[in-house]
Design a protein around this ligand. Structure first.
Ligand SMILES: Cc1ncc(COP(=O)(O)O)c(C=O)c1O
Length: 460
């Protein structure tokens, strides 16, 4: 599918090329996601229910079916600190692999906090600010999301409480310090600050925590604050995925500068936001202009919600307080094995992505931990950047794709999202080098057992 391919390495856009609109997949999706349900009534939520947690502009975005939503000027001004982000041709990696494939990556690690997460943290903080919110709560796994929201809150003069999964709180002190530098308060989850956290600790004093538990704590604090605090989520929800589409909109223009069009677009998936951010604008082109770009979501074999999880209604959190959504899930009681890609440990997946994957518009692939680190180290030694362990899953899949093209003697254009750098994740690299990491396949039986505690949903 190549025109006259450029031999350049970096493809940069000007500030004036910064997208003016986010793209909403719900306008075009052939398989609209099922309604979001109230966890008590198990019937579709009303804006009133959601308004306890979220400000009205974000609720309206969540349910919108408008194709394009204008990015406010205040948000674009902050995006300009790091956007448009570069698109880079991985010439050195291609050479090392001896592949005829062309490999491009969109690099989101240039943001102030080192990942794609500020793309949604900034607008979420902005819409809360203009709605009168003074304080936010959130959870974080590896700390990337917490850092992004802490940065955004500092820009809009709001306070932030972060519930950080305990295993990451202990292993990633620098991310905690970064959040604190931006003025956030950070607590290891489970904590004794919430009823739910205290109940988990009473049962499992050594609990390593999970995203499901940390979400419950952050939601509880907001829901019981009498309106003083709102809650913010870094992935999964429609409005979050939509904010990330600036990645794909820029990449479309940059691929044009490169004189190529991708045959395959890849990204790692935790809750689905960076993958959707790069893939949904290309999906629009598939649906509208007849392109046949393959869109591949890559997850760890240790948390295989798309490849082994069941597509069904489940709670978004462990305490069953967050809304119920239809998604690929490993069960809300999931406490993951402590793999290093902390940001990929959520039990569920974004509803829009789950629906598209279930209907075959998006492919899913699971990769094991050791091969993922092997790819990360190869990438560091060819392209120079040390990737976040989460992003390394996309690199593994992109390398496999390039090797497959080599074996078949095919020219293939591969684009992946490098969602963040790994400069604060070096203990994971140390453990890999010391031979302390292992592969782990999440067992089918555990998925089946977890399905017994799914909510019983009968839609009226
Ligand atoms: C660098 C990085 N990439 C990817 C993810 C996964 O999240 P999502 O699937 O929402 O992009 C995370 C989550 O924390 C992350 O920190």
């Amino acid at each position: 599918m190549s025109k006259q391919a450029s031999t350049q390495t970096r493809f940069e856009l000007n500030e004036s090329d910064l997208p003016k609109f986010w793209y909403n997949i719900n306008a075009d999706s052939p398989v609209p996601p099922a309604p979001v349900l109230n966890p008590q009534t198990k019937q579709p939520v009303t804006p009133d229910f959601l308004s306890v947690l979220f400000p009205m502009p974000l609720i309206m975005q969540e349910i919108s079916t408008e194709r394009y939503i204008e990015i406010p000027e205040e948000v674009r001004e902050l995006y300009k600190l790091y956007r448009p982000t570069p698109l880079i041709r991985a010439h050195r990696l291609e050479k090392a692999l001896g592949t005829p494939a062309h490999i491009y990556y969109k690099y989101e690690g240039v943001s102030p906090t080192g990942s794609h997460k500020p793309n949604t943290a900034i607008p979420q903080a902005f819409y809360n600010k203009i709605s009168g919110t003074k304080a936010l709560t959130t959870e974080t796994g590896a700390g990337q999301w917490g850092c992004a929201l802490a940065f955004a809150c500092s820009q809009f003069d709001m306070t932030l409480e972060v519930y950080m999964v305990r295993v990451s709180y202990n292993s990633k002190p620098y991310r905690r310090l970064m959040m604190e530098t931006y003025g956030a308060q950070v607590f290891a989850s489970p904590s004794d600050r919430t009823d739910f956290g205290a109940s988990v600790l009473a049962q499992f004093p050594d609990s390593p925590g999970s995203l499901g538990i940390a979400i419950s704590e952050a939601v509880e604090v907001a829901a019981t604050s009498g309106g003083a605090k709102k809650y913010s989520l870094g992935s999964v929800l429609n409005h979050v995925l939509m904010h990330q589409t600036v990645i794909g909109e820029e990449a479309l223009k940059q691929m044009d500068l490169a004189g190529e069009y991708p045959d395959v677009v890849m990204g790692c998936v935790g809750g689905g936001s960076n993958f959707a951010g790069i893939a949904y604008p290309f999906l629009r082109e598939n649906l509208r202009d007849g392109h046949r770009t393959r869109l591949v979501a890559v997850e760890p074999t240790a948390t295989p919600s798309l490849t082994k999880g069941v597509y069904t209604f489940d709670y978004g959190d462990s305490a069953q307080m967050a809304p119920i959504v239809k998604m690929h899930t490993l069960g809300h009681s999931f406490v993951p094995p402590p793999i290093h890609a902390g940001g990929l440990r959520y039990h569920g997946m974004a509803p829009s992505l789950s629906a598209l994957c279930d209907a075959g518009y998006i492919e899913a692939k699971a990769v094991p931990q050791l091969a993922t680190f092997e790819a990360a180290v190869q990438f560091a030694n060819t392209e120079g950047l040390i990737p976040a362990p989460e992003s390394a899953h996309a690199i593994r899949a992109a390398i496999d794709e390039a090797l497959d093209a080599k074996q078949k003697g095919e020219k293939r254009v591969i684009l992946f999202n490098l969602s963040g750098h790994g400069n604060f994740d070096l203990t994971a690299y140390q453990d890999y080098k010391a031979g302390k990491l292992q592969d782990y396949e999440y067992p089918e039986e555990a998925v089946h057992a977890a399905m017994e505690s799914l909510p019983q949903v009968v839609l009226q």
